[in-house]
Design a protein around this ligand. Structure first.
Ligand code: ADP
Length: 261
């Protein structure tokens, strides 16, 4: 597949998902899914369990193929994983035998390197995610929120242009999640990365996103995309916030998540 001519792309379009379908045996995980994500945009993909969110994210990461359609980054088809696309997984995916420093270092393109530059980069990342003092701790000594900070730092290590996050805060308690939301938005404001953040939690999507892509299951399709025109930080009790949540809930047609309720 060749690069898409610039004239066929929106000027600031970073990721284009075009007519993507994927079937696992008898499951139609994604059916003709199309949307695009702008450069620097924070895009949340929300939908019920099984609507193909993880399948889609892994395809954007280049970890899995699709059956039909294409995924383009800067107009180039995604064929393999790339250092330009950092991924944060749901269940931390840390190496238990490596310390915080060792796990973060693994995200660098030269994980074994202990040169001053690499050491400085690891220190910078430890600071960025607020884990000073825990550099030599092992994952089993950390809380869920701390583990996910390590996962984020590791994904940020090579300063990827795109950050792909698969329900990264699904396993942490509500208070820690609030703190991590604020930290993630702070990091995003600093790094100006393009973020695709998958969640089944509508509140989380409205808290974070510039735009929410609402998906439906069986087959996995895009139901609608909803721009969130609210200043940050956002208050969950604000009238407009509640209206966005209701709008997305209506689109989904059924309750998706009640973790905050
Ligand atoms: P979500 O992330 O929205 O929960 P997934 O992308 O994980 O959805 O899955 C979409 C559908 O595809 C589900 O029905 C799931 O059971 C199915 N599926 C996902 N991965 C596989 C696989 N490796 N083999 C078979 N079915 C799969």
């Amino acid at each position: 597949m060749s690069k898409l001519p610039a004239a066929d792309r929106e000027p600031e379009e970073k990721i284009s998902i075009r007519g993507v379908s994927k079937t696992y045996e008898s499951t139609n995980a994604l059916d003709d899914v199309s949307f695009s994500v702008s450069e620097g945009e924070f895009c949340c993909v929300v939908g019920p369990s099984g609507c193909g969110k993880t399948t889609l994210l892994r395809a954007i990461a280049g970890l899995d193929d699709v059956d039909r359609g294409s995924i383009l980054v800067d107009g180039d088809p995604v064929t393999d994983p790339s250092l330009d696309r950092g991924m944060v997984f749901q269940e931390y995916a840390l190496f238990p035998w490596r310390t915080v420093r060792g796990n973060i270092r693994f995200g660098l393109d030269r994980p074994a390197c202990e040169c001053a530059d690499c050491e400085a980069r690891v220190r910078e990342l430890v600071d960025l995610v607020g884990l000073e003092g825990f550099e030599d701790a092992y994952p089993k000594e950390l809380s869920g929120g701390m583990k996910q900070r390590v996962g984020i730092a590791r994904a940020l290590a090579v300063d990827p242009e795109i950050l792909l996050m698969d329900e990264p805060f699904g396993s942490v308690d509500a208070r820690t999640r609030d703190r991590l939301h604020a930290e993630l938005l702070g990091i995003w404001a600093q790094t100006e990365q393009t973020v695709v953040f998958v969640t089944h939690d509508i509140d989380e999507a409205v808290t974070l996103a510039d735009r929410v892509v609402v998906m439906d299951a069986d087959p996995g399709t895009v139901q609608s995309t909803i721009p969130i025109d609210l200043e940050r930080p956002r208050q969950r009790t604000a009238h407009e916030f509640v209206e966005y949540v209701a709008e997305i809930r209506d689109e989904l047609g059924s309750p998706v998540d009640s973790s905050h309720e």
